[in-house]
Design a protein around this ligand. Structure first.
Ligand SMILES: [Zn+2]
Length: 171
């Protein structure tokens, strides 16, 4: 199992389960609830007793960080079953509060990362169904959180469409 060639910064978190116990067939997109650089996000995921991580993070400059290798299961979505099958991605907000806006550069890089994840792991298409029957999932479906925030959450159908277009499959 490989990791993304888009990664520019690596800071491996101890808060993961190695190896993951399911084949990768899902992507779960989170927001950071902050405008963190990939370095700052990584520093949080190595703090003692933090007990949280993600596979990847994307900052507002569009840089990609890796915190848990794809072969391992991140502790990200408050749901072990989801996290064993999902690649989890934390995306920075360029505006904090309100609808938790995400900048266009980060959003574009997110789409590129999703395409790469699908291509390397044999995921034929991203299927956003609005619930856990699809393979593009949200944190708030599994626990009492507003993650991925109103703005990013509203972009899930667009993200799936755009990824599928680039994968060469119909939405
Ligand atoms: Zn989340």
């Amino acid at each position: 199992m490989s990791n993304s060639p888009l990664v520019e910064y690596v800071c491996l978190s101890p808060f993961c389960t190695s190896p993951r116990q399911s084949k990768i067939d899902t992507i779960t997109i989170h927001h950071m609830a902050g405008n963190l650089s990939v370095e700052t996000c990584g520093s949080i995921f190595v703090r003692p007793n933090r007990n949280a991580s993600s596979n990847y993070g994307i900052d507002s400059e569009g840089r990609v960080g890796m915190y848990v290798e794809e072969k391992d299961c991140s502790w990200c979505s408050s749901n072990r079953q989801n996290d064993h099958r999902a690649i989890t991605i934390e995306v920075a907000n360029d505006v904090c509060g309100g609808e938790w806006h995400v900048g266009d550069v980060a959003l574009e890089r997110l789409i590129e990362l999703c395409v790469d994840i699908c291509q390397r792991n044999g995921i034929e298409r991203l299927n956003f169904t609005g619930d856990t029957t699809g393979n593009l999932t949200m944190h708030k479906w599994f626990s009492d959180t507003t993650c991925p925030g109103e703005y990013l959450g509203s972009k899930f159908p667009y993200i799936a469409d755009e990824v599928n277009k680039r994968l060469g499959v119909n939405s």
